[in-house]
Ligand binder design. Structure first.
Ligand code: HEC
Length: 187
């Protein structure tokens, strides 16, 4: 996947079975023994675009390759944060008996209701709940009742991991809500 630059390139690859700029085979450049299947005609343009978006998301391709955002993304994947909070913090995983019925995402406008700053973020991640929520009996009632509980990662994650996770979440929140492929019909 290293030579793919954008969702368009990935969609092209899925549709045609080769990269856009692949040089034609010649005696100096013999054809490979196997070809990626061309899916054009088997899948609609929309399906190919959705697949390309999925491939990029699943690959974490759009995440920067180094720095605190990259490290935060690695920690998030390693500890399964996004199996509850949704891919890229998109939310929506069902949580019966919880206040909203789903595990909250990280990217929506509601995020700041529960996590106002880096300090509260650390409390959620290390203690499974913010200090403010712990003191609030009504909130605690709903949090305790929920089927899925935010795990406490104290003793598992270092302060630095928490800082990197925070950088990752701020980065996710800074991105436009929908992937650029959404309204683009020309792969
Ligand atoms: C087992 C599922 C599960 C896993 C795994 C999980 N969480 Fe949570 N998380 C929850 C639930 C449930 C809540 C409580 C929110 C509620 O119901 O109001 C929560 C709350 C939070 C909150 C505060 C709510 C908000 O959106 O502002 C943050 C931040 C958070 N989790 C981050 C993380 C991070 C980072 C990881 C990985 C290190 C992680 N979570 C792993 C289920 C999970």
């Amino acid at each position: 996947m290293m030579y793919m630059k954008s969702p368009k390139d990935v969609a092209y690859f899925i549709a045609e079975g080769h990269a856009r700029d692949a040089s034609p085979s010649s005696s100096a450049n013999p054809p490979p023994p196997f070809h990626m299947m061309a899916f054009k005609g088997r899948l609609s343009t929309m399906q190919i675009q959705d697949l390309a978006a999925f491939v990029l998301a699943a690959d974490g391709y759009l995440v920067p390759s180094e720095g605190s955002v990259a490290k935060g993304s690695e920690v998030s994947l390693k500890f399964g944060c996004e199996s509850c909070h949704g891919v890229g913090g998109s939310g929506g995983v069902l949580n019966p008996k919880s206040f909203t019925g789903t595990v909250p995402g990280w990217i929506g406008p509601d995020f700041n209701d529960l996590t106002r700053n880096r300090l509260e973020f650390g409390e959620w991640v290390l203690d499974g709940r913010s200090a403010g929520m712990k003191k609030n009996r009504a909130a605690s009632f709903f949090l305790n009742r929920a089927t899925l509980q935010m795990p406490s990662f104290r003793g598992v994650l270092a302060e630095q991991d928490v800082g990197n996770l925070w950088a990752y979440i701020l980065w996710l929140r800074s991105k436009p809500a929908s992937p650029e492929t959404k309204n683009d019909s020309t792969p």
